[in-house]
Design a protein around this ligand. Structure first.
Ligand code: SAM
Length: 230
């Protein structure tokens, strides 16, 4: 069943106007007619069954959906090549991330010209991935950050994935509260960046013996944190 997010409060028997984007997708892409049923998730992350009629939606049933991770995860993701970054946004969304912070690391080769445009493209990617994976939340894409901006994204647990110390893998089963992790760019972090993160209270964690691509590393941690089991 097709799902859309609507940025307003919904309730039973409400007749609600749909956005042009949703109408376009329903009418032109799906070629659906009046009577077509789909899912709407409202601003309080509640899912409803809706029926299309005359360019509006009638809310016909509240849906009991429990698909969100039981922990709040923030990923601070260094900028890497565009298509790989986009792929990573999509996979992290499917795996339940709540917040993504695009990090301009020292060795990030991608330079951002139009930040607004880039951020709205990222938000579109995660919104579509949230619709496809039937989530109740659309992950928040935060503003581009530099290493010194990261203090405000800390959670109960704060780790930076660092490939230079193989000994310290974390036991993901013990993670029971909000978790923030940082992934470096293709060339890895500079020593001074790691030092700054440690000074902020982040701990280093190994992801094992092999060197993973940044997008693999980000997805690996998210999948271990719970993926689709929690
Ligand atoms: N410096 C790496 C090298 O020697 O080729 C390249 C960095 S790796 C492609 C990109 C990022 O993924 C790293 O900055 C780190 O955050 C994470 N990463 C990859 N493999 C890892 C591992 N085995 N342990 C911890 N972090 C890892």
């Amino acid at each position: 069943m097709q799902q859309y997010f609507l940025n307003q409060k919904l309730h039973l028997n409400l007749e609600v106007e749909l956005t042009n984007e949703i109408l376009h997708h329903l009418k032109t892409v799906l070629r659906s007619n009046d009577g077509y049923e789909f899912c709407l998730v409202d601003v309080s992350h509640q899912a409803f069954l809706a029926e299309l009629f005359n360019g509006h939606a009638k809310i016909i049933k509240k849906l009991a959906v429990d698909c969100e991770l039981d922990i709040d995860v923030t990923v601070i993701l260094s900028l890497i090549k565009n298509e790989r970054f986009d792929f990573c946004l999509q996979k992290l969304t499917e795996l339940g991330v709540k917040r993504i912070v695009p990090l301009m690391a020292h060795r990030s080769i991608i330079k951002v010209k139009d930040e607004e445009k880039k951020l709205s493209r990222y938000q579109k990617i995660v919104t579509e991935a949230a619709e496809q994976s039937r989530r109740l939340y659309v992950p928040k894409i935060e503003a581009f950050a530099k290493i010194d901006d990261l203090e405000k994204y800390k959670s109960d647990y704060n780790y930076v994935a660092y490939e230079k110390n193989f000994d310290k893998q974390i036991d993901y089963r013990l993670i029971d509260r909000a978790f923030t992790y940082v992934i470096g760019p293709e060339g890895g972090f500079e020593e001074y960046e790691i030092a700054k993160l440690l000074a902020m209270g982040f701990k280093t964690m190994s992801l094992g013996k092999r060197i993973l691509r940044a997008e693999t590393a980000a997805i690996y941690v998210m999948a271990n944190l719970g993926g689709n089991q929690r």
